[in-house]
Ligand binder design. Structure first.
Ligand SMILES: Cc1ncc(COP(=O)(O)O)c(C=O)c1O
Length: 110
């Protein structure tokens, strides 16, 4: 998997929720924030809206249909941006290319 994705290593987790939780807790600490699409799998929404804030990690939500709104949510404490390429259960498609292009435009200004 790591080779396919061009990574340096891989880590196998027992479930989707453990993979999401582990990844975020590896990259973030109290005081940091993450930016996430608002249409999410229920377990992920619960983690983001309730559990992570109790651990001091703020989660800022954006509408999958308005990726440009990402720009107002990111600051120097933002450690990652989270999205479901196909939202569960809505089935909405996150336009990753468009979202990244807004981010690239912002990065050019930094
Ligand atoms: C988008 C998404 N994220 C996370 C999960 C959670 O995965 P797991 O049940 O393996 O913890 C699911 C499960 O259906 C999912 O569809």
């Amino acid at each position: 998997m790591s080779t396919l994705e061009g990574g340096v290593a891989g880590l196998c987790m027992s479930s989707g929720m453990s993979a999401i939780t582990y990844a975020i807790q590896t990259l973030c600490e109290a005081g940091d924030n993450i930016v996430s699409v608002s249409t999410l799998y229920g377990g992920t929404y619960n983690l983001f809206a309730h559990t992570l804030p109790r651990q001091g990690i703020e989660v800022r939500f954006f509408d999958y249909d308005k990726p440009e709104s990402l720009l107002d949510l990111i600051d120097d404490k933002t450690k990652l941006i989270f999205g479901e390429s196909i939202g569960n259960p809505l089935g909405n498609i996150l336009d990753i290319k468009k979202s990244v292009s807004w981010l690239m435009a912002r990065a050019c200004l930094w």
